[in-house]
Design a protein around this ligand. Structure first.
Ligand SMILES: C[S@@+](CC[C@H](N)C(=O)[O-])C[C@H]1O[C@@H](n2cnc3c(N)ncnc32)[C@H](O)[C@@H]1O
Length: 301
């Protein structure tokens, strides 16, 4: 998850950094992720179906998946550099089980956002309608929503390597075949890799609030983003956002309402829908006494 660069244990929005807590025997992910452990942790029995590549030990200081079997550290590279990012690149810990899930499942269910080619959603999702979720974190809520609606494909996008491994592991353990993971910046994904009108929905749950005024420009929900995202939506597609940060909720309502191709399904904020599970960041916000707002808009024909 992105974090406010200047803040240590909690940010202005009262977030804790639970997701960043080092995990025992974890690997570090990020631009220059160091090595995987030389041998698997004792509780990690070798899995059936593991490839020779999955047993490879990355060079210390080199990329975590040098053989290309896992997510790239900076998939879009400098050719699609965005000056203002809504996430904070960082080093974070990847547990052995997350690394194992990435090595085995990434080649089939993962896609780097390199900005170089279109994703054929029909092929990637076996013909299912596809909802894009931006910023799934550790992916628990994503997996629950995918399980509740197996006929809808979820393209889950984040830059957070431990979360990518966690979600792929959850999908496998729960027998979910409708989740795919995109690694990188959602803006490049939308702009360069998804066809106009190709999405059946968009979810943005608890995006980084960037509470400091000088960081507001980093917030994802901005007019330019919403207008780009809307071009990728099919008529009738649902845009569902949620936040526990009141000033950001107001910004979302204003920006989404001003987008002429979207219409609000409610007079203002939406009542919390029972199909949206509690997310990890939502739980942290509720613990701090924050009020959660959902917003539901629809792409006009
Ligand atoms: C505050 S976390 C919320 C995670 C999860 N939705 C939850 O509620 O627990 C926001 C997530 O959005 C991701 N994110 C922010 N900007 C992004 C972008 N432009 N593209 C992809 N992921 C992004 C961050 O990496 C982070 O994991």
């Amino acid at each position: 998850m992105s974090e406010n660069p200047a803040t240590p244990a909690t940010d202005e929005a009262g977030r804790t950094k639970a997701d960043d807590a080092p995990e025992a025997d974890g690997l570090e992910a990020g631009a220059q992720a160091p090595a995987a452990p030389a041998s698997p942790a004792p509780q990690e029995a070798p899995r059936l179906g593991a490839t020779a590549a999955s047993a490879a030990v990355p060079r210390r200081g080199g990329p975590m998946f040098p053989d290309g079997t896992g997510p790239a550290a900076d998939p879009a590279g400098s050719h699609h550099e965005r000056r203002i990012r809504s996430f904070q690149p960082r080093r974070s810990r990847v547990s052995p089980s997350q690394a194992d899930a990435l090595r085995r499942l990434w080649p089939k269910w993962g896609r780097d956002i390199d900005g170089l080619s279109r994703i054929d959603l029909a092929e990637f999702f076996d013909g299912r309608p596809v909802v894009l979720e931006i910023g799934f974190g550790m992916g628990e809520a994503t997996a629950q929503m995918a399980a509740a609606d197996p006929d809808t494909g979820i393209l889950a996008c984040d830059v957070h390597t431990p979360g990518q491994g966690n979600l792929l592991g959850l999908a496998e353990r729960n027998g979910l075949s409708n989740i795919r993971v995109a690694n990188g910046d959602a803006i490049i994904l939308l702009r360069e890799m998804l066809a106009p009108g190709s999405l059946a929905g968009l979810r943005v749950f608890f995006p980084d609030p960037w509470p400091k005024k000088r960081h507001h420009k980093r917030r994802l929900i901005q007019p330019e983003f919403v207008s780009l995202a809307s071009t990728r939506l099919a008529p009738g597609a649902l845009v569902h956002c949620a936040t526990d940060w009141e000033p950001y909720a107001e910004q979302m309502l204003e920006v989404l309402s001003a987008e002429p191709t979207l219409e609000n399904l409610h007079p203002s904020y939406a009542p919390r829908p029972d199909f949206r599970p509690l997310t990890r960041f939502e739980g942290q916000g509720l613990d701090k006494g924050h009020v959660v707002h959902d917003l539901m808009f629809r792409r006009r024909p």
